[in-house]
Ligand binder design. Structure first.
Ligand code: SIN
Length: 475
């Protein structure tokens, strides 16, 4: 596969010849080297995208839609080889990686359908004197900064609507997982995405790269998925040119279990919410707030479910949890667990770094965690489930909302009215009510508070990549 930068429809090395080493987190071995872009490469990519975007914006929506539809079909034809690439550079189990490709491809099929339905309005002015026409042209060139936890899906979720709306794109994939983005753009080009429209420029110099790209006059928007810390920094830098922003940032999801919940269903949902994609999702259940009467029973069942998790290399048959992304991630998770235990949490299972090559952490359940413990306030991004028992619903809601994050929440109860009422009180952009997964290309993905700005997916997602223009008429 290609391992160079993709700029203006051509594969080439970065201006200073630097390379990025890509590591297999299951072994710690370097498995590939990829060209690293400089700020000058980023500027060139913006220029190329600008040129191509002018023509693309004139392409009929139906024809843009057909290209997206072919992207969906091409990705599904290559589901297996794309999934293998994800396992190599990210480490997640092969079944999760195949699921990620189907999920990613679906953003193209969904947005192929949305592309021909970008609607404006014609309204009569309140005075009755004239009509007002409102329509939605593309933004221009969009910078996409994508994370390592879903190397395909987080790019597809941005790319498909951006292209459908008529934009050009410059992508900076994570330096941890650049291979999937490079292979994806190779395939999407074969599917009909015009040369130059989408440019992929991995880099080792993220700050300088972003400063140069965001300074290009054709760039009008930044779409970012990653940590709140980096998101804040990109927002600050975007302010200089008043760029439009969509930010999908960190989470700290409460997973609330009432004593009337179906505990088996709650544990099944908990395992999905906590462990999907090797427990490295922003939507992951981060704190299990469990009504005191069922806290022990829930903890015991969750512990058994964690015991059944098969940790290992994502290619091995039966593995359900792969490694974490790098050594730092393992150290961060271990630090949070040690601090929680130091503050009185009980280890029901796990609690240690696995002694083997690669970056593995034991599936862990912590009982009786204090709501003040750092683990209740940090995004864990690892296979650790801290259980915090509660007795009073109002106090529990305060605890659930005692965070600057507001991406996801989960509520388990057999009382639907109570479930809905509690869901509405949780300050999060997405709630799983008796469900452990919320993600769907047809649903608006995004957070409240410091978890983000804007939404991806659903009918809203494509409008994020559009301007709104109002034309006053004498008609
Ligand atoms: C994320 O963790 O950033 C995305 C999770 C998802 O789309 O399910």
């Amino acid at each position: 596969m290609q391992t160079q930068l993709f700029i203006g429809g051509e594969w080439r090395d970065g201006a200073d010849g630097a390379r990025i080493e890509v590591t297999d987190p299951a072994s710690g071995d370097v498995i590939a080297e990829v060209a690293a872009g400089t700020p000058a490469d980023a500027t060139e990519a913006c220029e190329a995208s600008h040129e191509a975007q002018r023509d693309w914006a004139e392409v009929a929506p139906r024809d843009r839609s057909e290209v997206l539809r072919r992207c969906w079909a091409t990705m599904m034809e290559h589901q297996d080889d794309l999934a293998e690439l994800i396992v190599r550079e990210h480490g997640k189990p092969l079944a999760d990686a195949r699921g990620e490709i189907a999920y990613s491809a679906e953003f193209f099929r969904w947005n192929a359908e949305e592309t021909v339905r970008i609607r404006g309005t014609v309204a009569t002015a309140p005075s009755g004197a004239n009509r007002m026409i409102i329509h939605h042209p593309p933004v221009g060139v969009v910078l996409m900064v994508t994370p390592w936890n879903f190397p395909a899906a987080m790019l597809a979720r941005k790319l498909a609507p951006a292209l459908g709306a008529g934009n050009g794109v410059v992508v900076k994939p994570s330096r941890e997982t650049p291979l999937t983005a490079l292979r994806l753009i190779e395939l999407l080009t074969d599917a009909g995405v015009p040369p130059g429209l989408v440019n992929v420029v991995p880099t080792l110099r993220s700050g300088d790269w972003f400063a140069a790209a965001a300074d290009h006059p054709a760039v009008r928007m930044i779409s970012f998925t990653g940590s709140t810390e980096i998101g804040r920094e990109l927002l600050r830098r975007s302010a200089d040119r008043v760029l439009k922003t969509v930010m999908e940032l960190g989470g700290n999801a409460p997973f609330i279990v009432f004593d009337d919940a179906d505990l088996d269903a709650a544990v099944e949902g908990a395992m999905v919410a906590k462990m999907r994609h090797s427990a490295e999702t922003c939507t992951a259940a981060n704190r299990f707030l469990v009504e005191a009467g069922v806290a022990d029973a829930f903890g015991a069942k969750l512990t058994e479910a964690m015991r059944a998790v098969h940790v290992g290399n994502g290619f091995e048959e039966g593995v359900t949890c792969g490694p974490l992304i790098n050594r730092q991630a393992v150290e961060d998770v271990d630090g949070l667990v040690k601090a929680a235990v130091g503050a009185g949490a009980e280890v029901a299972i796990g609690g240690s770094v696995l002694d083997r090559p690669g970056y593995f952490y034991e599936p862990t359940v912590l009982g009786n965690v204090s709501a003040d413990s750092p683990i209740a306030h940090a995004e864990i991004f690892g296979p650790v489930a801290p259980i915090i028992p509660f007795t009073d619903v109002d106090e529990m809601i305060d605890m659930a909302n005692d965070t600057e994050m507001g991406l996801t929440g989960y509520v388990y109860t057999t009382d639907l009215a109570k479930g809905l009422a509690v869901s509405e009180r949780v300050q999060a952009g997405m709630i799983g009510l008796n469900r452990g997964a919320v993600s769907d290309p047809a649903a608006p993905f995004g957070g409240m508070k410091q978890s983000g700005l804007g939404r991806e997916g659903s009918t809203e997602g494509i409008y994020e990549f559009c301007e709104t223009q109002y034309i006053a008429t004498n008609w």
